[in-house]
Design a protein around this ligand. Structure first.
Ligand SMILES: [Zn+2]
Length: 247
């Protein structure tokens, strides 16, 4: 019903809906926990400061921009409140750029040089050694701290790192053999590039066949006759590398 505001006389019998004034919430303030795992939102009604809407929600974290060695990345915490007035709280945090470290190579008793590498922190694949070995030595391993690693192994870089080449005397060349169908089977080991196996067959002291094969051939067909054999492992200039095998 509507009444005159002056005399209170009834003006109309039609009832009118006058909605109660709702809350008028201000922008919510958000307070994040120290670890950003949760956030508390608080909104105050502009019509009555004693009307306060507050809710705490857990957040979810996602990397929204991967960091690189050049630039920071970004992570985003998102928390949705059940009350639509409070909506969703979002907080972004920087992710530090990936540091780079210098890897340098030391020849030890070897010679030559290897270029230092500046590379991202994290996994680093050890390269082949391109230093020159000292006289009558071969590469053994890379030494980092007190550990030894082989080229192709992975290390975790978290500081500038010096990598030292270790050398050793090569294992002695060796040759062994056994009679096999139609000739011999043999095993040569620790021989230099260009090495050969020279095989001779004898019959009562008389040479009946002579062959030169690669040391990795493994088997050797021999013509001629006789049951005595002599095998030599030689370098590319036919200088013997170890005592001959006789059988
Ligand atoms: Zn209110």
């Amino acid at each position: 019903m509507v009444y005159c505001s002056v005399c209170s006389e009834e003006l109309s019998r039609t009832s009118t809906d006058v909605p109660a004034l709702g809350h008028n919430w201000g922008e919510p303030d958000c307070e994040w926990s120290g670890d950003n795992a949760s956030v508390t939102a608080r909104a105050v009604c502009s019509r009555n400061g004693e009307h306060i809407l507050t809710e705490t929600a857990k957040s979810a974290y996602a990397v929204t921009l991967e960091p690189t060695t050049e630039a920071e990345g970004q992570g985003t915490y998102t928390a949705a409140f059940t009350d639509p007035v409070l909506g969703t709280a979002v907080k972004t945090v920087p992710i530090p750029r990936i540091p780079t470290y210098t890897v340098s190579f030391l020849p030890g008793s070897g010679t030559g040089s290897m270029e230092a590498v500046v590379t991202a922190a994290g996994d680093y694949l050890l390269p082949k050694c391109s230093f020159t070995a000292p006289e009558s030595s071969v590469f053994r391993a890379w030494s980092i701290g007190s550990e030894e690693y082989q080229p192709g192994e992975s290390i975790t870089l978290n500081a500038d790192t010096e990598i030292l080449a270790l050398w050793q005397k090569p294992a002695a060349p060796g040759l062994s053999a056994a009679p096999a169908e139609g000739g011999l089977s043999f095993t040569a080991e620790n021989y230099p590039e260009g090495a050969r196996v020279v095989a001779a067959r004898y019959d009562g002291g008389r040479l009946t066949d002579l062959r030169i094969v690669s040391p990795d051939a493994g088997t050797l067909a021999m013509k001629g006759s006789g049951t005595e054999y002599k095998l030599f492992l030689t370098d590319s200039g036919f200088r013997p590398l170890c005592p001959a095998w006789e059988g």
